[in-house]
Design a binder for this molecule. Structure first.
Ligand SMILES: [Zn+2]
Length: 178
């Protein structure tokens, strides 16, 4: 934030807190020295949060601490993205283990079974990255039959696997068709 933005916030603080130090140039310099790297919006939030919660005088520590805590909790959107990736990784691992066990049962040795499992997981991740041109399954959703059932004979419609391999991102224009 800028020195002016900080001065405004300190002015507000002294309006609600009679113990708040008068923001003369020296005080302002000292606070600015400590808080310059904190965004104005976060500092404003910290003041608001503080004075709604306590009658104690706010300190630069309170503001810096508020900013630190907030940065450790990323916005909901970012968290959700990471969770999706984590879920996908978990699904991939579970699927790989399943495929590996199946390959082992059918008499493959461990290395071959692991290679098959990794290959299937990679292929699955690849075709799941594009929508299906046949059944219109969205990215990351499995292919379904025209009755809405999962496919039993192949992991996905061949056209989808081909589309993914060609690196073609088939864009869905559902909205314009609907
Ligand atoms: Zn499909």
């Amino acid at each position: 934030m800028t020195r002016d933005e900080l001065a405004v916030l300190m002015g507000v603080a002294s309006g609600v807190d009679r113990y708040f130090p008068a923001a003369d140039d020296d005080v302002l310099d000292a606070w600015y020295e400590l808080l310059a790297d904190i965004p104005a919006a976060a500092a404003r939030e910290a003041f608001r949060h503080h004075y709604r919660g306590t009658s104690e005088t706010i300190t630069p520590y309170d503001i810096a601490n508020y900013w630190r805590a907030r940065r450790q909790q990323p916005p909901v959107g970012a968290g959700a993205v990471r969770n999706d990736a984590q879920i996908q990784a978990g699904v991939d691992r579970a699927l790989a283990a399943l495929v590996e066990r199946k390959a082992l049962k059918s008499g493959e040795d461990l290395n071959t079974a692991q290679a098959i499992a990794e290959g299937e997981t990679a292929v699955r991740r690849l075709y799941r990255s594009v929508p299906c041109p046949v059944c219109q399954a969205e990215p990351s959703r499995p292919c379904v039959t025209w009755k809405g059932q999962p496919l039993t004979k192949s992991p996905a419609h061949p056209a989808r696997i081909e589309a993914a391999q060609a690196g073609v991102r088939v864009t869905s224009d559902e909205s314009s068709r609907a």
